[in-house]
Write a protein that binds this ligand. Structure first.
Ligand code: NA7
Length: 541
């Protein structure tokens, strides 16, 4: 295995987001000649392009950050408890500079095809500009939420006003002052964006197909000295994170859900106890019951209470009723917000509940629905992502016998062994691929583990003289059986749930829950056991 010759490397990494940056640092440190291929003109991945107003992480900054470098975690200064997009993007750039990574990152270099050449056991990787790179190993650090899902609504291209997509928001921002703005989509992105746009725009019309379950949250700047105090105890913070199922031990959108699991069931609560939960704790109180994750009837009861909690915030009864979800709570990713429901009390905000009549077309002047026409100057599409498999499905990846990865995922669903490899695609590692804990954890904690496991694996193969590693179909099958059995008794797979977790948000995508829900410590334990056993479930040759 030689990295000699122009365009030849030991490892090619696809993507310079948080996974790709750490992969480059780690692999270089192991003495591997590594190049990162990044289609964008900057580092930071999804955090560099999702720059819509209100974009923010829902995990605390002190935890949503790399733990591998004591220098970086001590030097970087977070200003708020939960970081906003500009600060996360700056952090990615700080890390790229601090570790001197830029020299080994090719920007504006989009991978469009890659083929595994069986005789030489090398991947040949082609880019949109016509370059070819060759390496025995490829690490796909291409992101789990990196391919925006832009809807196919009739007439979208006829709109004479401004069309904006949250996943590729203009770098210089947009002045929405005095404008009539439509927002389509009320997932995490819409819920973050809507209160901010409502403050700036003359009018805001929210087009809601599925109402969100969202919990109010207070994000605040750090008090003077507070961050230094936290940094002084970083060893304990990281240890607590490592032991925590979601890789974030402090309060986060995920930890609130986990705490609910330990709560008493709604089904045995008295009517007085249920009312008191809403009176005292609002929307959180409505949902805070242990049985809502497993029992659809309990979930419906909690949703009814949730409606009562919304009606306490939102003045107009019709609007309050229209904000009550019809899908089960917890089947989609948890959302936290800052003043979401209160926004619907503003005079300049209108909610259009598309369950009462859908969008028919975008016209030159606005949006036609079955409920009437709405004239606007700007349309914002906050319509989500082709998650987990989207980025790699858009590359023509050919493994053994010329089989295409996108065909495997289209036919069999998003299969994978450990979320690290797909059978038939030797030496191609996926950072937080489908079947990994990514979707339901602190992504940075999860990616650090994957990058380290992959680095150790490549080093170990080279040391032992192996040229290839590939997941065995039987191991992959067992892994998928295991991951799906974990969620089978939960609302995560309920047929009424169309979520990016299960592919239900993408027309035609094969539905399968794409995460691993036994928690990061258990997942790490399994991965370590597999490595220690000589890479059980993989074939080495
Ligand atoms: P989500 O959570 O997938 O939300 C997308 C929203 O867009 C959701 O409300 C969709 O309704 C709506 N949508 C999508 N297509 C349409 C059309 N054609 N018409 C009307 N409404 C539509 O994506 P987000 O970007 O908000 O969040 C993704 C993740 O990013 C989040 O979980 C965090 O991890 C960060 P639907 O629910 O499909 O009925």
């Amino acid at each position: 295995m030689s990295a000699d010759g122009p365009g030849h490397y030991d490892v090619l990494v696809i993507g310079a987001g948080f996974s790709g940056l750490y992969a480059l640092h780690r692999l270089r440190g192991l003495g591997l000649r590594t190049l990162v291929l990044e289609k964008a003109g900057e580092v930071g991945g999804t955090w560099a392009v999702n720059r819509y107003p209100g974009a923010r992480c829902d995990i605390e900054s002190i935890e949503y950050s790399y733990s591998f470098s004591e220098e970086i975690q001590q030097e970087w200064v977070w200003t708020e408890t939960m970081p906003a997009q500009p600060e996360i993007e700056s952090y990615a750039n700080f890390v790229a500079d601090r570790l001197d990574l830029r020299g080994d990152i090719a920007l504006h270099t989009e991978v469009i095809a890659m083929t595994f050449d069986e005789p030489s056991s090398q991947w040949r990787v082609r880019t949109r500009c016509g370059q070819t790179f060759v390496a025995p190993f490829v690490v796909a650090a291409s992101g789990i939420l990196s391919v925006p899902l832009e809807p196919d609504i009739a007439g979208m291209d006829t709109f004479a006003g401004t069309s904006l997509f949250t996943g590729r928001w203009p770098r210089d921002g947009v002045d929405l002052g005095g404008q009539r703005v439509a927002v389509i989509g009320t997932g995490s992105t819409g819920v973050q964006l809507i209160p901010v746009v409502a403050r700036d725009a003359a009018e805001l019309v929210v087009f809601q197909r599925s109402p969100a379950f969202t919990l109010p949250w207070r994000v605040r700047p750090f008090e003077p000295g507070e961050l230094d105090g936290l940094k002084a105890g970083y060893a304990e913070i990281r240890a607590a994170q490592r032991a925590h199922p979601v890789g974030a031990a402090r309060l986060s959108a995920f930890s609130v859900l986990l705490e609910m699991l330990a709560r008493p069931p709604i089904k045995s609560a008295t009517p007085q106890e249920r009312s008191r939960a809403v009176e005292e704790h609002g929307v959180l109180g409505a949902l805070n019951w242990g049985d809502v994750f497993f029992d659809i009837e309990a979930n419906r009861m909690a949703t009814e209470l949730y409606g009562e909690a919304i009606a306490r915030i939102v003045d107009d009864p019709d609007t309050a009723a229209a904000l009550v979800p019809s899908h089960p709570f917890a089947c989609k990713r948890p959302i936290i917000d800052q003043g979401y429901y209160e926004t619907f009390n503003r005079d300049n905000v209108t909610l259009v509940d598309l369950r009462r009549g859908g969008i028919e077309a975008v016209t030159p002047t606005g949006i036609d629905t079955e409920q009437g026409a709405f004239e606007v100057d700007v349309i914002v599409y906050a319509t989500g992502f082709d998650a987990m498999t989207g980025a790699l499905s858009r590359i023509d990846i050919r493994g053994r016998d010329g089989v295409a990865l996108r065909d495997v995922w289209a036919d069999e669903g998003p299969v994978s062994y450990l979320g690290l490899q797909v059978a038939g695609f030797p030496n191609l590692f996926t950072v937080q691929g489908p079947g990994s804990p990514a979707a339901a954890t602190n992504f940075i904690a999860a990616l650090e583990h994957h990058v380290e496991w992959i680095g150790d694996c490549v080093s170990s193969l080279r040391a032992q003289g192996y040229r290839t590693i590939e997941a065995l179909p039987s191991a992959q099958e067992e892994w998928i059986e295991h991951t799906t059995s974990l969620v089978a008794p939960t609302v995560l797979v309920h047929p009424t749930c169309n979520s990016w977790y299960n592919g239900g948000n993408v027309p035609g995508k094969k539905r399968m829950y794409m995460g691993y829900t036994a928690g990061l410590p258990e997942y790490r334990r399994r991965c370590e056991e597999i490595a220690a056993g000589g890479y059980t479930g993989f074939k080495l040759s």
